[in-house]
Design a protein around this ligand. Structure first.
Ligand SMILES: Cc1ncc(COP(=O)(O)O)c(C=O)c1O
Length: 394
């Protein structure tokens, strides 16, 4: 049988980093390639207790079909938690549960874009989202960074060029892959541009709760007065990614369309997981839990940065994140990044080549991404030394 695949999928290649993830089956490899929460960051006992109680108290309510919008008790608790600092949920807004925030990208591009429509993205950006947009037939228009911030002149050009984009996709907090945070001033300018050119913003904020340095900056959604933002929050990085629970918040008109699309995608998000998270939000000391996570990630990030400072050649530069899970490393432009990453893998250290996060991965890129949340402290020390020794030959 010769399969006739859709045009939409022609643009989507098997991820360049699949090779790396295959290599990770080798237990000797130190992986800085993932983006998983640390093993000691999961509220395991609380999840077991809530799950057991639910199954004992009223098993059918957990095992039955549920509403596409989400479990009402979960939505109530999630809305209160996400909006606890105020200003995220506006008049006329609605909230839905999604199957991970990954599904927000899928549903948003499905309901907003026809084949060939343009989505403006940061360059580099989260690979999973870029693939989701491509799978829905979108054309990506990348906007580069300049001095650690999105280049606003390039953003204006991208928003004003024809064909007019359907939306722009941004990760303002502890960006994946760069670990950078958009300043308040830039957030305001981005919103002004969105208003001027009438382009919706999809604000993806799975790491916002993981700030371990500096002061919180209001989200684009909080700053928005004109219904310009579709906001995505996720419980993956603060509870457990395997539960696949996130929330999208925007004006009800947009959310209602996403609900219809979700019916065709998966009917509803796992009810058991929603109800467990609702119980945790109801009964757990969330501030203490988040404090614990921030402490774990701060310590690991500082350890990784200190080791990099000790071992990396001074020709190498890197970001210093205030939260999240990633550091973006720039190699000098004469270095072949792919060869560097392959050699690192031979020496049993995995990192992700930066080109994987570009709109077109055949573009030249002299950077790679390192993750500090998953590896153990011992592996951070050992792995950074190996990479550092490699940089001394530059
Ligand atoms: C920026 C960003 N958005 C979305 C996701 C998807 O997360 P989830 O679907 O688990 O909520 C990730 C996962 O790593 C991410 O880094």
């Amino acid at each position: 049988m010769k399969y006739q695949f859709s045009r939409k999928m022609q643009n989507v290649k098997a991820s360049a980093i699949r090779e790396i993830f295959k290599a990770l089956a080798d237990k000797e490899i130190i992986s800085f390639a993932g983006g998983n929460p640390a093993a000691d960051a999961f509220p395991v006992d609380e999840i077991i207790k809530a799950s057991e109680e639910l199954l004992e108290d009223n098993p059918i309510s957990v095992l039955q079909y549920g509403l596409t919008e989400g479990d009402p008790f979960f939505l109530k608790k999630a809305a209160a938690f996400i909006n606890r600092k105020g200003g995220i949920i506006k008049e006329g807004d609605q909230i839905i549960t999604t199957t991970g925030s990954q599904q927000i990208m899928d549903l948003a591009s499905k309901v907003l874009c026809n084949e060939g429509d343009v989505v403006v993205v940061e360059e580099p950006s989260f690979l999973g989202s870029l693939n989701s947009f491509k799978e829905n037939g979108c054309q990506l228009r990348g906007v580069p960074y300049k001095d650690g911030e999105i280049d606003l002149a390039a953003l204006e050009l991208a928003l004003s060029s024809q064909p007019k984009p359907k939306f722009m996709y941004l990760i303002p907090n502890f960006q994946n892959p760069m670990g950078t945070t958009m300043s308040l001033d830039t957030r305001k300018k981005v919103l002004a541009l969105a208003k001027q050119y009438e382009v919706l913003i999809l604000e993806d904020d799975p790491y916002g709760e993981l700030r371990f340095e500096g002061e919180d900056i209001p989200s684009l959604k909080q700053l928005d007065e004109d219904g310009l933002v579709l906001y995505g929050a996720s419980f993956s990085k603060i509870m457990a990614p395997g539960m696949r629970v996130a929330c999208a918040i925007a004006n009800h008109e947009l959310i209602e369309k996403m609900v219809v699309a979700k019916q065709g995608a998966d009917v509803h998000t796992n009810l058991w997981a929603q109800k467990v998270i609702a119980r945790l939000l109801d009964s757990m000391d969330m501030d203490a839990h988040l404090e614990k996570l921030r402490k774990i990630y701060k310590e690991k990030c500082e350890l990784m940065l200190n080791e990099m400072e000790k071992h990396f050649s001074d020709q190498v530069t890197y970001t210093s994140p205030e939260g999240g899970m990633f550091i973006w490393v720039h190699l000098p432009s004469h270095v072949d990044t792919d060869a560097f990453v392959k050699e690192a893998l031979k020496r049993k250290v995995a990192v992700v080549p930066g080109a994987a996060f570009l709109t077109d991965d055949s573009q030249e890129c002299h950077a790679f991404r390192m993750n500090f949340s998953t590896p153990s402290r011992e592996d951070i020390i050992k792995g950074v030394k190996i990479l550092g020794d490699m940089t001394q030959t530059f």
